[in-house]
Ligand binder design. Structure first.
Ligand SMILES: *[C@@H]1O[C@H](CO)[C@@H](O)[C@H](O)[C@H]1NC(C)=O
Ligand SMILES: *[C@@H]1O[C@H](CO)[C@@H](O)[C@H](O)[C@H]1NC(C)=O
Ligand SMILES: *[C@@H]1O[C@H](CO)[C@@H](O)[C@H](O)[C@H]1NC(C)=O
Ligand SMILES: *[C@@H]1O[C@H](CO)[C@@H](O)[C@H](O)[C@H]1NC(C)=O
Length: 508
């Protein structure tokens, strides 16, 4: 190997950063010999001038050549070796030399916290004696009775969600997609060589979390929202906050401060997984007060006022108030307020409030109306019945009297031909508005003053109404008013032509 200190070579060394096939190889010609030659091998067209050697992860030495020679008779030389080329960060995978004791699996990192619903890569690297060749490997969380691992790829729970990614340079990796809470397990890696097998002992612990918003009170109406996880997310993510579904600008921490006036619903997410935002937190809404049972309330009944509300975090206090001008009275701080043996004193307006960590909301008031006692009601019913009875009796008596008078009046006018006896129904055809009484002197009522104007409405729509204040009047005998009967329509038409035709038929 020639050394090259030129600037060009140094620049070229930067290319070594990209080396991917760097590895330690045991020179097959020296295997089993007293002196074993290890070569740091890679594909590159130029020659770096420094090689760094590691044994069991500790720096061993720096060489100018790409090989070292070990004395195989010295137990001190047993171990796993890796190399690095000057200027490159990349180190070769370790290779176990001269010892069957240097099997190993290293999980990096040894624990991972990931969001439910996302994907995660678990990775490890392994070493084995150089003379071995790896045939197969498995990731597993369970073992069969005989100690053999159950490949997660064959586990029902993981169907279609796991991928044992290509092992390159003794690296191992397992990708789990669409993470579930049940995936939180310790995953171990076992590999099988042509001669033996080895299981990495500890495994990598996977934690699966979801996001949740919690609210804390900072006093004076100020709140702090925290976007929390049950484990610390491995990739140190950037947080996103949403208010009413809209991104809150310039907020990338897992906390959000709110002042007292911040109304709305809030949720959070992490960058890259915006679709996995939390459910929203919001102060109570749709707070509603209800009286149970519904319907009329009687004195002595039991009643429950029940409050409900929609809130997240859930309502922690419900309160019931009675609305009293100037000073509403707190009745209880529970969801339901029960009154047994209700009385009219309980009548009034009631409302409830719902509180959660984000705020308070009042219901619209409900009206509690206590109708009276059951016995009172019974009494009232009999009173009403009595009144109805009396009214009916009086009315029928009056009617009877009136009919009698009417028939005697009819006898007087019976001589007039084509004049028919008309009783109350006659007035059906006379709109009340068409009456005009010329004199207030009821004793001297003058029916010639009654004017029948044509009533400009549809036929039959005339309202039946009796002339006011006439039945009691002395000397006024409506029974004696006779009007020729026609159909309403023709009668009105006639009245239009000659109103007097009707007057002539009024007799006293
Ligand atoms: C192998 O794994 C180690 C540790 O996880 C990592 O640094 C290295 O880049 C990996 N190598 C390859 C080729 O994936
Ligand atoms: C809650 O209130 C909103 C409007 O304020 C309404 O759209 C929604 O239907 C209500 N939900 C219920 C369950 O009453
Ligand atoms: C209040 O009453 C409602 C409706 O009857 C019921 O669903 C609820 O469980 C009650 N709440 C409490 C705390 O008793
Ligand atoms: C209900 O209240 C009334 C008056 O307020 C009282 O006279 C009666 O004894 C009470 N009944 C019961 C069962 O408490």
């Amino acid at each position: 190997m020639t050394r090259n200190f030129t600037a060009a070579a140094a620049a070229a060394a930067a290319i070594l950063m990209l080396l991917t096939d760097l590895q330690v190889k045991v020179d097959p010609n020296t295997e089993g010999q007293r002196e074993v030659k290890l070569t740091c091998s890679f594909t590159c067209s130029f020659s770096p001038y420094n090689f760094y050697w590691y044994k069991n992860d500790q720096k061993l030495k720096t060489t100018n050549d790409n090989y070292i020679v070990l004395d195989s008779t010295s137990l001190r030389n047993e171990g796993s070796y890796s190399c690095r080329v000057y200027d490159s960060e990349r180190r070769s995978p370790p290779v176990c030399v001269m010892s069957k004791a240097c099997w190993g699996v290293t999980y990096t990192p040894d624990h991972v916290c990931a969001l439910k619903g996302t994907s995660v890569d678990l990775s490890c690297s392994y070493t084995h004696p150089a003379a071995h060749t790896v045939r197969t490997s498995v990731w597993f969380i369970k073992q069969k009775a005989d100690g053999e691992p159950v490949d997660v790829r064959e586990d029902e729970e993981y169907q279609g969600r796991v991928q044992d990614t290509q092992n390159s340079q003794n690296n191992c990796s397992l990708r789990i997609t669409n993470l579930r809470e049940t995936d939180a397990q310790t995953y171990r890696f076992r590999f099988y060589t042509d001669q033996d097998k080895y299981t990495g002992r500890r495994g990598v612990s996977l934690f699966v979390t979801d996001l949740k918003v919690t609210v804390s009170d900072r006093g004076n109406g100020y709140k702090k929202l925290s976007c929390i996880t049950t484990c610390t997310l491995s990739n140190n993510p950037t947080y996103i906050w949403y208010k009413n579904g809209q991104r809150v600008p310039d907020q990338n921490r897992n906390e959000l401060d709110l002042d007292g006036s911040s109304d709305g619903s809030y949720s959070c997410a992490v960058t890259g997984h915006e679709n996995l935002h939390t459910s929203a937190v919001y102060s109570p809404k749709n707070t509603s007060a209800e009286v149970l049972p519904t319907g009329d309330l009687m004195e002595g009944d039991s009643v429950t006022l029940s409050c409900s509300s929609d809130a997240d975090p859930p309502v922690y206090t419900y309160s019931w108030f009675k609305q009293i001008a100037g000073a509403d009275t707190l009745l209880t701080t529970s969801q339901n307020y029960s009154i047994s043996n209700i009385s009219s004193l309980h009548s009034g307006l009631y409302y409830c409030t719902a509180d959660n960590q984000l705020g308070r909301h009042n219901s619209t008031p409900v009206h509690l109306n206590v109708l009276g006692s059951k016995s009172n009601t019974a009494l009232k019913f009999s009173m009403v019945a009595l009144v109805v009875f009396l009214v009916v009796t009086l009315v029928s008596g009056a009617l009877w009297m009136w009919k009698r008078k009417s028939s005697s009046a009819n006898e007087h006018s019976s001589t007039a031909e084509s004049v028919q006896l008309q009783s109350a129904p006659v007035y059906d055809n006379i709109p009340a508005s068409n009456y005009r009484v010329t004199s207030d002197d009821q004793e001297n009522i003058d029916y010639t003053g009654v004017v029948f104007k044509p009533y400009p409405t549809e036929e039959g729509s005339l309202s039946p109404r009796l002339p006011p204040d006439t039945t009691d009047e002395e000397g006024v005998e409506y029974a004696a008013v006779n009007i020729q009967r026609n159909t309403a329509a023709t009668q009105l038409d006639g009245a239009n032509d000659d109103p007097s035709q009707i007057y002539s038929k009024v007799s006293r």
